[in-house]
Design a protein around this ligand. Structure first.
Ligand code: DCP
Length: 228
């Protein structure tokens, strides 16, 4: 059978136009925003910051605040919206060769939704609805990732940074929550207990500003070399 047509397939051509996609992961307050800001300076990179402002204003409703104020009532609603807005980032077209996303549909499921299911803020039945959406999205959209950058901190460092930035919705989040979210990142990215869509590059995000800049430039070198 002549399969030459496959080589010319528009789908294949489209695949080669796919940007080299990097997701940035780590605990709340680990420094994802600072990392993304560093990459804003490069013309080849399309930086997609997490849509927190959408979560704080969904047609006038602050879902982030509702979720922290009454987790049993609002966690499912909040995470459903997170799943939609992050999916929009995964599928967003870009003219840049590199796409750098803050978080992903993977961490939403394996870290945050998992924590909420384990502590009973989301019913397992509700999680299974989200999983059906996730499965459908994987089958029908391109959710592929080429590299995961894990900004690893201790839970205590991340917690202190969260206190210092003083986001109103987060003022009563306890240290135990940071420990849970930290452990789930470790289960996901290091112990590989859940689906891990790409190789993981670990950055010591406990470092102060000067130390971390050196880590960023090493990371930049790896990203720019690998996409070639
Ligand atoms: N959040 C959540 N569920 C998700 C993603 C985020 O509950 N699936 C919450 C945790 C935080 C807020 O949303 O309260 C913002 O989360 P991030 O950790 O993603 O963003 P930060 O602004 O904390 O990142 P950084 O400080 O690393 O720049």
């Amino acid at each position: 059978m002549n399969t030459d047509y496959l080589k010319r397939s528009p789908l294949k051509q489209f695949a080669s136009l796919r940007p080299y996609t990097v997701i940035v992961e780590g605990n709340i307050g680990c420094g994802k925003t600072t990392f993304l800001n560093y990459f804003q300076q490069f013309d080849d990179v399309n930086v997609l910051a997490e849509p927190v402002n959408k979560w704080r204003n969904c047609n006038g409703y602050n879902l982030l605040d509702k979720m922290y104020s009454d987790p049993k009532k609002w966690s499912f609603t909040f995470q459903s919206y997170v799943q939609l807005t992050i999916l929009q980032h995964h599928t967003m077209k870009t003219g840049h060769p590199i796409k750098l996303m803050e978080r992903s549909i993977y961490s939403a499921r394996h870290c945050f939704v998992e924590q909420m299911a384990r502590n009973g803020s989301i019913e397992r039945a509700s999680v299974s609805v989200m999983d059906e959406w996730f499965k459908w999205a994987k089958e029908n959209c391109d959710l592929s990732v080429d590299l995961i950058v894990y900004l690893k901190t201790t839970p205590e460092t991340a917690y202190q940074r969260m206190l210092a930035r003083n986001r109103p919705e987060e003022q009563y989040v306890p240290l135990e929550y940071f420990q849970d979210i930290h452990n789930l990142h470790e289960e996901w990215l290091l112990q590989k207990r859940f689906e891990c869509p790409a190789p993981v590059l670990i950055i010591d995000a406990n470092l102060d500003k000067s130390g971390i800049m050196e880590e960023y430039s090493k990371c930049k070198a790896q990203i720019f070399t690998e996409r070639e």
